[in-house]
Structures are given as structure tokens and as C-alpha cells.
Write a protein that binds this ligand. Structure first.
Ligand SMILES: *Cc1c(COP(=O)(O)O)cnc(C)c1O
Length: 372
């Protein structure tokens, strides 16, 4: 008797879903380790934000399904109509909604690769076909190649700026030229999860694009998870044409944005200057980290988010183990590279020390090595 004879009969699953890798959470950090594997904000929540979450205590009541107060607040802040704002349980859920709304079986979704690891799975779940377009040698989006990858079947293009996990932004001019090159009826999702950390003056800014260029096919996505430090609560937002956002709203799981998440996001906007001061500290720490890594011999792509990219290639897993043994949890992408989040101030020297020791083992001419 083989093991298969014992196996219970399970319900049939769509084959493209059954073949997806099973989700595994990254390893949790030990006691005195630094968790630099998920691009989280190292600062604890502000007291005012915690108080707002506690005050939202009617746990027996459903939340406002359309997050009206938060949408009104964001609309006023960005000078758009309330219907031009849509709030979701993290911006990942907004990406899922928009793809589901626009792309199904037989349709294509174009995106840069390597980029946000959630994209391929979300495309597959919608039943659409993923069309990854390789990054350039300096780890940037190759927008001309992405425009050239568009076919009659393309329904959505994902642009991630700054690009997770490599770091560089798309510039405003590049993005404007890209929009001119793609059909006006293809949805372009500009995923700006790290927008608040950007210091490059020529970077694209989705809200400016929407205001200046009047492009109803563009949707800009932002989140409270990273800069505002609310990753646990799950809240992000989309800004775009109300009719496009209506389509996303039609696909959403109702009532998935909790009252606590809405309250925390509103309180974060009340305390925005204090939070953005922390973002400034993290961006400055990132620049110091990137400079130190370059001094040590690493070739680091322009880092505009709250993370840096080490193109360790075939050494990725060994180097990630070296970091973990020294109490630094990083995010390895096997065969490609390691993403290290900008965390606590005390983590910086440790990251630099380990990175300096492992870079020595890379041969001259390796893509992870600087030219110096
Ligand atoms: C973190 C991240 C998101 C969204 O995170 P949420 O917590 O779901 O808001 C979206 N896109 C990219 C590229 C990210 O890195």
C-alpha cells in the first residue's frame, strides 16, 4: 500500500492556485536580534495614536465600511474628491482589488522584476498572466522595455517606486514619458508604499502626476504601514479616478478595514509632523548605512525607501545566515540578493560590520561589488 492510498480525497482546487508556494512567515527575531527583514518602522507608536486605538472600543459594532472620515481627511489633504480616495486593509489588499477588477483569465499584467514579492501571486489568484520585465543593471525599472511588453491583452501595469526590494525610484519625467507610451485604457498602478522616505528631488510623486497630468488610468497607492508605523493594523489608500476606484470597491471584502485601523490612521494624520520627523531620521540613517556599505566595497543601488539592497547573487543564503548568526534578521531572495531594512540606530554598526566582512569573499567583478 502506498502513502497515496491513505490520502483523503480533497476538494478540487484551481490548478494555478494549487501550484502556488504555501505561504511561510519569515523567521521571527530572537531576544536581542534586530528584525530588519520586513521594512517595518523601528519606532514605537506615538502615545496619541495608541490612545485613538484604545478609544475605538466599540468592539461589538461593525466599522464604517467606506472609512468615510479617513477618506474625507485624505481627500482634503490631497485636494481631491472624497470618491477619488479608497481605503483598504493595507495597500496589498488594494493591489489585489485593482487587479481583480481589471484582469482575469487571458489578460496580462506587466510588472518589473525583481519587485514586490506579492505581485506574481496576486496576478495568479486573479487568473491573469504575469509578464515580468527584468530590471536594468542598476536595479531600476526598465520603463521602455515595460512599455514594449504591453500587448492587446495587457490590462494592468504595476510600477513600484521606490522599488522594493532594490531601492531606486522611477523619475517624474520617466513616468510621464511612460504614460505617453502606453495605451490610455490600460490601468497603471503606481505603488508608492515608501513615498515618504524619498529624498531624490526628481522622483515621481503619484499625487502630483494625478494633479498635473490628468491621467484617469493611473492609481497611486500609499500605506500607513511603513512611514507611519502602523503595519500591524492594516490600512492603506488609493487615489485615482472615482470610477476606477468604484471597480476596486466592488471587489473588496466588505468591512475589512477595522475601526481601530481607521482611528489610528486619522490620529496619525493629526500627528503627522512628529511622524515625518521620524521618517527624516530613518532616511538619514539609510543614507549613512548605504554610504558605509559602499565604503566597505558593496555596490548599492540608489536607496530611496527604508531599506538597502545587497546584490549577493549566488552567495545570498550564506550571507543571510552570516547576518542571522550575528543577530540581524534580513530578507534573502535566494540567488538574487538580500534586503536589509533600516531599523534601530544600534543596528547600523552591526550591519556594517557583517556586510564588510562578507563582501571580502565576493570575487572582483561580482555584480554586488563596487568598482573601487
Ligand atoms: C509594504 C508594501 C506594500 C503594502 O503594505 P501594506 O502593509 O499592505 O499596506 C505595498 N507595496 C510594497 C512595494 C510594499 O513594500
Amino acid at each position: 500500500m502506498t502513502a497515496d492510498d491513505d490520502a483523503p480525497i480533497l476538494p478540487r482546487i484551481r490548478p494555478e492556485i494549487a501550484s502556488l508556494p504555501v505561504y511561510r512567515q519569515g523567521r521571527q527575531a530572537g531576544e536581542d536580534a534586530f528584525k530588519l527583514s520586513s521594512n517595518e518602522n523601528p519606532f514605537e507608536p506615538l502615545t496619541g495614536v495608541l490612545e485613538a486605538v484604545h478609544a475605538a472600543s466599540e468592539l461589538n459594532r461593525y466599522p464604517d465600511a467606506l472609512a468615510t472620515r479617513l477618506r474625507e481627511r485624505l481627500a482634503a489633504r490631497f485636494g481631491v474628491a472624497v470618491d477619488a480616495v479608497h481605503v483598504g486593509a493595507g495597500s496589498v489588499s488594494l493591489i489585489a482589488q485593482l487587479i481583480l477588477a481589471a484582469a482575469g483569465p487571458g489578460d496580462e499584467v506587466v510588472f518589473a522584476w525583481r519587485s514586490f514579492e506579492a505581485y506574481p501571486g496576486l496576478i495568479r489568484v486573479a487568473g491573469a498572466t504575469a509578464v515580468p520585465v527584468p530590471l536594468t543593471d542598476d536595479a531600476r525599472h526598465d520603463l521602455p522595455a515595460m512599455a514594449a511588453a504591453v500587448t492587446d491583452r495587457t490590462r494592468v501595469i504595476l510600477v513600484c517606486s521606490p522599488n522594493n526590494p532594490t531601492g531606486p525610484v522611477v523619475t517624474h519625467d520617466e513616468f510621464a514619458a511612460f504614460l505617453d507610451a502606453v495605451p490610455a485604457d490600460v490601468m497603471v498602478i503606481l505603488d508608492e508604499a515608501y513615498a515618504e522616505f524619498v529624498t531624490a528631488p526628481d522622483a515621481v510623486d503619484g499625487l502630483r502626476v494625478l494633479g498635473l497630468l490628468d491621467r484617469p488610468n493611473v492609481v497611486a497607492l500609499r500605506t500607513f504601514s511603513k512611514a507611519y508605523g502602523l503595519a500591524a493594523l492594516r490600512v492603506g489608500y488609493a487615489i485615482g479616478h472615482p470610477r476606477v476606484l468604484d471597480a476596486a470597491r466592488a471587489t473588496m471584502i466588505p468591512l475589512s478595514v477595522t475601526a481601530q485601523a481607521q482611528a489610528a490612521a486619522l490620529a496619525s494624520l493629526d500627528h503627522e509632523s512628529a511622524l515625518l520627523e521620524r521618517v527624516r531620521v530613518i532616511a538619514e540613517r539609510r543614507d549613512r548605512l548605504a554610504a558605509g556599505l559602499r565604503d566597505a566595497g558593496w555596490r548599492i543601488p540608489d536607496a530611496q525607501g527604508n531599506f538597502v539592497w545587497l546584490a549577493a547573487g549566488e552567495h545570498t543564503e550564506a550571507f543571510a545566515t552570516a547576518f542571522e548568526e550575528e543577530g540581524i534578521m534580513v530578507r534573502p531572495f535566494p540567488g538574487d540578493g538580500i534586503r536589509v531594512s533600516v531599523g534601530e540606530e544600534e543596528s547600523v554598526d552591526r550591519v556594517l560590520r557583517i556586510a564588510a566582512s562578507v563582501v571580502e569573499t565576493l570575487p572582483q567583478g561580482h555584480p554586488g561589488r563596487g568598482l573601487a
